[in-house]
Design a protein around this ligand. Sequence first.
Ligand SMILES: CC(C)(COP(=O)(O)OP(=O)(O)OC[C@H]1O[C@@H](n2cnc3c(N)ncnc32)[C@H](O)[C@@H]1OP(=O)(O)O)[C@@H](O)C(=O)NCCC(=O)NCCS
Length: 176
Amino acid sequence: MRLKKIYDFNKIILEKLSIKHLEDIHEYSQIPSFFKYLEFKEFNHKKETVKYLKKRIKENDFESSFWWAIKLKKKNKTIGTFVIHNFEKSRASCEISYGISPLFQGHGYFKLIVNNIIKILEKNNINRIQAITHFKNKASIHGLLNCGFKKEGVLRNYFFDNKKKKYNNAVILSKV
Ligand SMILES: CC(C)(COP(=O)(O)OP(=O)(O)OC[C@H]1O[C@@H](n2cnc3c(N)ncnc32)[C@H](O)[C@@H]1OP(=O)(O)O)[C@@H](O)C(=O)NCCC(=O)NCCS
């Protein structure tokens, strides 16, 4: 699948993830609420964000994984990340994951990105897009449902919450 390093979705730009996005990503990675439904906790030291970002950049081969920084055009600021991963050529399927800074949530940016990504993936003849999210993550679940995803089921004890040391169920949704 051939995807671009840069997409312009009006208010939002997706830009291939690189180390130049570090400062902004570190800014929101220190906010505990961002990690409420994630498996790990906030990064208090920049070296943790550097380690995380370098790992993502390494796996970002633009063949099976496609990581972008989400940039807010008017502020020229990175406000999150979006990834298409687990691309399976023979099945024409892939998965999406994402995160938007709590300071920029609730503005419809998620919906804008997902709706545009769906169109791009459909042009690439993708047959199935899936997303797996914490069962209580209402913003994620509602956002996906609003973009035409359907709930398929519950994955029991799927996530391990490193903060509370407990397993949590996940919801799997898809767009076909
Ligand atoms: C998931 C995430 C990207 C959604 O972005 P967002 O900016 O919060 O999205 P929105 O505010 O546009 O909300 C999406 C939809 O869910 C709805 N929603 C938000 N919070 C809700 C809540 N607590 N209960 C019910 N619906 C809710 C919104 O009204 C919106 O619906 P609308 O499009 O009809 O208005 C964002 O919350 C996030 O990054 N969270 C932290 C990281 C994370 O959990 N990532 C998911 C990992 S799988």
